[in-house]
Design a protein around this ligand. Structure first.
Ligand code: PEP
Ligand code: MG
Length: 756
């Protein structure tokens, strides 16, 4: 009989049992008989989790008096080891295994061979199915597969009959693999706790046995087609469109997606009577087992890719396509993903999202900027997170310290809670600075504005006491929309934002899409094919050519600002004529509104962002045209260093406090001096205390920063004497041997200024 046929025979018999009206215990008793007979094994036993122990629930071949008596801890004996490691054991001589433990009440001393598989439910081993034999022989692959299939059927039974207590399953987390600490790169500081949720959730298999084998086969064929199609198009998506390692991953995906062996094995599993979902999972279990035997880090990495792909296939076949955002977060959550796009992050419920852990990610990628705006801590470049964390695990995220603890012990949890409380106290202290004016010790008033992009962000203006919005990223509305936002909708948002700001100014930056802010409905022809999107057809470059887009936004802004002062800023200006052309679009719309006798803004202030180094060469020609200039240090530094801001491999390579950047910025402040133009910084750099100190020290008097940083930066400003700071910076810059970061932080320490 073929392997598939014998597996099908077991499955048919199991099917009958499962479909019968027998109670759960009766079914377990039948299952051990069927498996024992089919594998001609003297012994077949089922252990299930009860109150944290593995309890013998059913057996054929061992003493019946041991049922519900023999209990093993997780990790104890062979059974406990299988559950602990969630892996299969296949031994010709059980006693030779170091974890073997003899239980006299079972009468198992006459048996030599032993094979066992975990019964997995919600990614945890909630039981063990094992067989034993008098002869010392290893079980064959087909027999192990039969056991694994039976274990899947049992997990379905466990779910339906609630044979295992839900609390028991959750508490398993810690005991199975114990606490684990991983490190990563701080992308957004902060602390958070919650249960791990994968952005792309694992599919729960609800039906193991097929009703119609041919229909299952067709489902898998279609799913494979769809998956291959997706893989071929993946390069442009957020998950893969950013980051440095994606090409290699994509290649691996392709290799697996087109691997004939993989699809053949799934088909064979379907032949044995499994549903498409169960067949994919079965094959995956088998591969996992094989890979474990080969101890190779590189292969383990590839295994994660195959897991991703198998999960993708499962999602397609089962129709469970949504991300965790679309399913809704049910409790406080720490989200886990390889990478995310800004729009994907915005779909999550802010109240429940307590932190994000990315396997990739970099400091100035837009998803991180969005997270910062949402006040969600983010840890990036956290290697091994997908291997270490399972859905539902308790997670303590300390993004400030660059650490995450999974399945913490009680003492670790308590220490974390204490730290958390302290950090909240600090936040509260910063909140008290709301009404304090950021004035230096020497009496200079520094403008501290905040960055925003969503309607909801505006509440932070009152909470932080910022002087206004120094950068409103209008593209966020474009990113969260499925289609291009109509002019009316844009106008409404801008008007709401201006209303919410009251007397305080809001600087609206015209759309900066393209780059890592790809929108699916626009520019798919060019932007998505850009080899180098950050330097590609983005921001003003795109807007000037898609005139309709720019016109609509200009009109929306002019209408929203009717009767007030309007501040408009153009991103990525590289040459002076681009500023002129953008302003001309506004002028034209202004004329149009006037000709229609519509009310227009009382005053319009135009500004530019300095993000492209070339523009610094043209300041003498540009400044007379502007009322303000804002340095976008995120883009500026990526262009100065030729280092992609979204590439995780470069995330830690260059320092904002390095000489090229500080000297460049000092040149800008000098060239702007005396022009009467208001100069500020609106990149992430200004929101970090030591960096902000450096900026003040080279002449910047306006910072626009993330709302969470307003309190800490105000506090800093009040501690600074500008004359002393400026002369210290002068001295550091004059001496090429000085390491700027260390020198400045030593200086700050001497002044009694704290940095965390
Ligand atoms: C910048 O580049 O520094 C900036 C503020 O703009 P964004 O981060 O949106 O590109
Ligand atoms: Mg920018």
């Amino acid at each position: 009989m073929s392997a598939a046929a014998s597996a099908r025979q077991i499955l048919t018999r199991l099917h009958e049992v499962m479909a019968s009206r027998m109670h759960a215990q009766g079914k377990l008793d039948r299952v051990v008989q069927i498996v024992g007979e089919s594998l001609t094994s003297e012994v077949c036993s089922i252990y299930l989790l009860r109150e944290g122990m593995l309890e013998l629930f059913a057996t054929r071949g061992l003493n019946q008096s041991a049922v519900h008596v023999t209990r093993m801890a997780i990790g104890e004996g062979l059974t406990g080891t299988i559950a602990d490691n969630v892996e299969t054991l296949n031994l010709a001589e059980a006693k030779a295994h170091p974890d073997f433990q003899y239980r006299p009440e079972t009468g198992e001393d006459k048996f030599h061979s032993f094979a066992g598989v975990p019964i997995v439910y919600r990614e945890r081993a909630v039981g063990v199915l094992c067989v034993q034999h008098v002869d010392p022989r290893r079980y064959e692959d087909v027999e192990i597969e039969a056991l694994q299939t039976t274990a899947m059927v049992l997990s379905e039974l466990i779910a339906n009959a609630e044979l295992v207590d839900e609390e028991d399953v959750l508490s398993l987390g810690g005991r199975e693999t114990g606490p684990q600490t991983l490190t990563g790169l701080t992308l957004v500081k902060g602390l958070g706790t919650g249960q791990a949720v994968y952005h792309q959730p694992r599919v729960q298999i609800t039906q193991v046995m097929a009703e119609d084998i041919e229909a299952e086969r067709q489902r898998v064929y279609r799913a494979f087609d769809k998956m291959r199609e997706q893989i071929d198009h993946l390069a442009g998506q957020a998950e893969f469109g950013v980051g440095g390692e994606h090409e290699e991953v994509l290649e691996t995906y392709k290799m697996f997606a087109y691997d004939e062996g993989w699809s053949r094995r799934i088909n064979e599993a379907i032949d044995s009577g499994l549903t498409a979902e169960a067949a994919i999972e079965r094959v995956q279990q088998h591969t996992r087992m094989r890979m474990r035997e080969i101890d190779d880090a590189l292969l383990a990495d590839r295994m994660h890719d195959l897991e991703d792909l198998a999960n993708r296939l499962l999602r397609i076949v089962s129709g469970q396509l949504g991300t965790a955002a679309s399913q809704g977060l049910r409790r406080d959550t720490i989200l886990i993903a390889r990478n995310l796009g800004p729009a994907e992050l915005l779909e999550y419920d802010r109240r429940r999202l307590k932190g994000v852990i990315l396997e990739e990610g970099s400091l100035t990628a837009h998803v991180v900027i969005v997270a910062r705006a949402m006040g969600v801590p983010v840890l990036g470049r956290t290697q091994g997170v997908r291997g270490a964390v399972r859905e539902g695990d308790e997670v303590l995220l300390d993004a400030t310290a660059g650490q995450v603890t999974v399945r913490p012990s009680t003492s670790v949890s308590e220490a974390f809670a204490a730290r958390f409380a302290k950090s909240r106290e600090k936040q509260a202290a910063y909140a008290e600075l709301r009404d304090v004016e950021p004035t230096t010790k020497c009496g200079t008033r520094i403008e501290v504005m905040m960055n925003a992009g969503l309607r909801d962000d505006m509440s932070a203006l009152a909470m932080t006491g910022a002087d206004g919005v120094g950068l409103f990223r209008t593209e966020f509305q474009f990113l969260v929309s499925a289609t291009l936002p109509q002019r009316e909708r844009q106008m409404k948002l801008y008007r709401d934002v201006i209303d919410a700001a009251g007397d305080k100014p809001v600087i609206f930056r015209t759309v900066d899409i393209g780059g890592d802010k790809a929108v699916p409905y626009l520019a798919s022809d060019v932007a998505n094919n850009d080899e180098n999107p950050a330097m590609g057809w983005r921001a003003l470059r795109l807007a000037l050519e898609r005139e309709g887009l720019m016109k609509a936004q200009a009109r929306a802004l002019l209408e929203a600002g009717a009767g007030r002062s309007l501040y408009v800023m153009f991103p990525m200006v590289s040459e002076v004529w681009e500023f002129d052309a953008a302003k001309a679009v506004f002028d034209e719309q202004l004329q149009f509104l006037r000709s229609k006798k519509k009310q227009v803004p009382d005053a319009i202030h135009y500004g530019a962002m300095l993000e492209v180094p070339a523009l610094a060469e043209m300041l003498d020609l540009l400044l007379p045209k502007l009322s303000f200039l804002s340095v976008g240090t995120n883009d500026l530094t990526q262009f100065l260093f030729a280092a992609d801001r979204a590439n995780p491999m470069l995330a830690e390579r260059y320092d904002w406090l390095s000489r090229p950047i500080i000297r460049f910025l000092r040149r800008v402040t000098r060239d702007t001096e005396g022009s009467g133009i208001s100069l500020g910084v609106c990149g992430e750099m200004g929101g970090r205390r030591l960096e902000a100190l450096a900026l003040l020290g080279i002449g910047f008097r306006r910072l626009s920063i993330t709302p969470a940083a307003v309190g800490p930066i105000k506090e800093l400003i009040c501690q600074v004497d500008l004359a002393e700071l400026e002369s210290a910076m002068e001295k550091f810059l004059a001496d090429p041997g000085v390491h700027l970061r260390s020198a400045l932080s030593d200086w700050a320490a001497q002044q009694g200024i704290e940095f965390d």
